[in-house]
Design a protein around this ligand. Structure first.
Ligand code: ADP
Length: 620
């Protein structure tokens, strides 16, 4: 622009000069018309000056025209540049790769999208053959397609209409793509432009959706809990993982299920060791424990030796198995049901070409959600069936248990009415049988009511500071006649000076009567039963030990379940409620109850009771 401005100023000056010369020419003509010069000479001079002025005016007019043209050309050039820049900008901001090749398939344009998708810069590929961006196995076919397209009637078409197409980015990494091609005839020959989109994400999402739909069907196929557990552990293998470890909480206990692919022998061996080693403990450095606690998933894209060392527990065989497994990448996702983590799913990548990223974690969480739902459904179904079975069983037990004393009462009453024994002792015996049977029925009904109160969380306890020895003495008094009848020796060792306990005395007495009743029931005549109590830092521990038949190890975990009657005890009287009620009462007090037993040697039932708070120090 400054150049044009200067030219305008100069043109104005020249115009002024031409005008001045024209005026001068006219003035001279007038001046020289006088006597000094011949008329012809003055005419010649005037004409000359006017000619010079005219020439100047013409030159100025030409200059003006040239100026205008230059300006016009500059405007056109500017517009062209702007348009090119706009076009290049549009090509560059396009997310798709836009690649132009000449008739020999040499790359002549490579936009920013292409740089991003193929991981090459434009300067690295311009002038090189398009083949470098096509996987080897497609190159020959691609060449044929290009030739056919060049010779064909269409100016553009979609590529890969009949099959998937793939691109090849730097590092020989293939990716699925979607592309279209167009051709343009130019004075320099044909130009072909390919617009290509990387559809890795879309293909992955479609595959994942298909997989999830199939997985959903597979896992919801059965309501059987064990079958669902197996299905959950198998789901991700081999689609998503080379191996899968499923840890499930069963109460407070973790149980572990491991599934491997038909991967190499060493992988299977390591997994077998991990399965056999059993679940990780609550204090283990395993991330499974953290995931259970925090309910947040864990992604370890690259499993390093340091990571393994930091998160594997010290059991030597476990550490060795993890090292031998050679997991390269892993994800641990929680299995959640109603805001509670009841297990984890660990997906392991053992082969080199699998490495988990954030997108995989999102997918694994989705898979875990479906697995959790199916597992929870199966668990609830199992629980509902167990409850129904238990209810049927209890109806059977209760009707059977009520039947016997009721028959005794009916029989005793009818004898007393119809043919009362002549001697008073015979009558007393019948009356005692009636009253004992009634008491038994009363106890059974009370137990049933207590059990349903415990299950509904409505068992009321009224706690007060109490003395352990007084409660024990009262319970023992209630069983004096049974002890004497069975002829067992009862040894009480409960010091008088134990700290006060914060309990509902009647309920603890109920627990003790139950434990002592069982001890008497399962101990042969002449046997010994001991009740002991001692004080700990925050609780008093009470135990009832007998030298009776004992409880097999596999049944010990079940004796506190309601309506449970051990196999060896089924012929004895009892609805299998006593220990469940005892546990409910002790739980309600914030204590703990457990059993240690050896078959043939006897059983020790122990429970803890909280100490009463020491009176607060008075403020002076
Ligand atoms: P019940 O009220 O029928 O006695 P419990 O809940 O008290 O039921 O006990 C459940 C089961 O535990 C009993 O059937 C018995 O098999 C076993 N059991 C309880 N106490 C003892 C013991 N001291 N010795 C051996 N087995 C016992």
């Amino acid at each position: 622009m400054p150049l044009l401005a200067n030219r305008s100023v100069i043109a104005a000056l020249w115009t002024a000069l031409a005008a001045a010369l024209a005026v001068l020419g006219v003035a001279l003509a007038a001046f020289w018309r006088g006597p000094g010069l011949p008329r012809a000479a003055s005419l010649v001079i005037s004409v000359l000056v006017l000619c010079i002025a005219g020439a100047l005016a013409y030159a100025i007019a030409r200059e003006r025209t040239v100026n205008t043209r230059v300006r016009h050309l500059q405007d056109v050039e500017h517009d062209l540049r702007a348009s090119e820049a706009k076009f290049a900008g549009i090509l560059d901001i396009a997310a798709d790769a836009i690649i132009t090749v000449d008739a020999a398939q040499r790359i002549v344009h490579f936009n920013k999208g292409a740089e991003r998708i193929f991981a090459y810069t434009a300067s690295e590929v311009i002038g090189r053959s398009l083949e470098m961006l096509i996987p080897w196995r497609y190159r020959l076919a691609h060449d044929g397609h290009m030739k056919a397209f060049a010779a064909g009637p269409y100016a553009s078409r979609r590529m890969g209409e009949r099959r998937e197409i793939f691109g090849l980015r730097r590092g020989d990494v293939e990716f699925p793509a979607e592309a279209s091609i167009s051709k343009l005839s130019t004075p320099a020959g044909w130009l072909f432009t390919v617009v290509l989109r990387d559809i890795t994400d879309r293909v992955r999402i479609e595959r994942e959706q298909r997989f999830l739909a199939a997985a959903g069907e597979q896992i919801a196929g059965s309501l059987d809990y064990e079958a669902t557990v197996r299905a959950a552990a198998n789901l991700a293998v081999p689609e998503m993982a080379d191996a899968c470890v499923l840890d499930l909480l069963d109460g407070d206990q973790l149980t572990r299920r491991v599934v491997s692919t038909d991967g190499p022998e060493c992988v299977r061996e390591s997994l077998a060791v991990l399965a056999e080693a059993g679940p990780v403990g609550p204090d283990s450095p395993s991330r499974v424990i953290d995931v259970l606690r925090t309910r947040q998933p864990e992604l370890v894209s690259v499993v390093t030796d340091e990571w393994l060392e930091a998160h594997t527990d010290d059991r030597p065989n476990v550490a060795a198995a993890w090292r031998a497994l050679g997991a390269r990448s892993l994800m641990i996702v929680p299995l959640l049901a109603r805001e509670r983590a009841f297990g984890t799913l660990t997906l392991l990548a053992v082969t080199r070409d699998r490495r988990y990223e954030m997108a995989d974690l999102v997918f694994a969480e989705e898979l875990a959600r479906r697995s959790a739902l199916a597992l929870e459904n199966a668990r609830l179904y199992h629980a509902a069936r167990t409850a129904t079975r238990a209810r049927d069983e209890v109806l059977g037990v209760v009707s059977h248990d009520l039947q016997n004393p009721l028959s005794a009462i009916v029989m005793g009453a009818s004898v007393l009415t119809e043919q009362p024994p002549a001697d008073p002792d015979g009558r007393r015996q019948l009356l005692r049988m009636i009253s004992e049977s009634a008491a038994w029925m009363q106890r059974l009904i009370r137990d049933l009511l207590d059990m349903s109160a415990i299950e509904a969380g409505r068992l009321s306890i009224e706690r007060r500071p109490e003395q352990a020895h007084a409660i024990v003495a009262s319970a023992v008094r209630m069983l004096e006649s049974a002890v004497a009848e069975r002829a067992v020796a009862l040894e009480i060792s409960v010091p008088n000076d134990l700290p006060l306990i914060d309990v509902d005395a009647a309920r603890i007495e109920q627990v003790l009567v139950n434990l002592l009743g069982n001890a008497i029931k399962f101990t042969a005549s002449g046997g010994r039963i001991a009740v002991r109590a001692s004080a700990g830092p925050s609780a008093v521990e009470v135990s009832v030990a007998d030298c009776g038949i004992g409880i097999p190890l596999e049944e010990q975990a079940h004796v506190f379940e309601r309506y449970y009657r051990a196999r060896h005890a089924t012929r004895r009287r009892g609805a299998g409620l006593g220990l469940a009620i005892a546990k409910g009462i002790i739980d309600q007090h914030g204590g703990r109850i457990w059993v240690e037993s050896t078959v043939g040697e006897g059983s020790v039932f122990t429970f803890t009771l909280p100490l009463a708070q020491p009176p607060a120090a008075s403020v002076r």
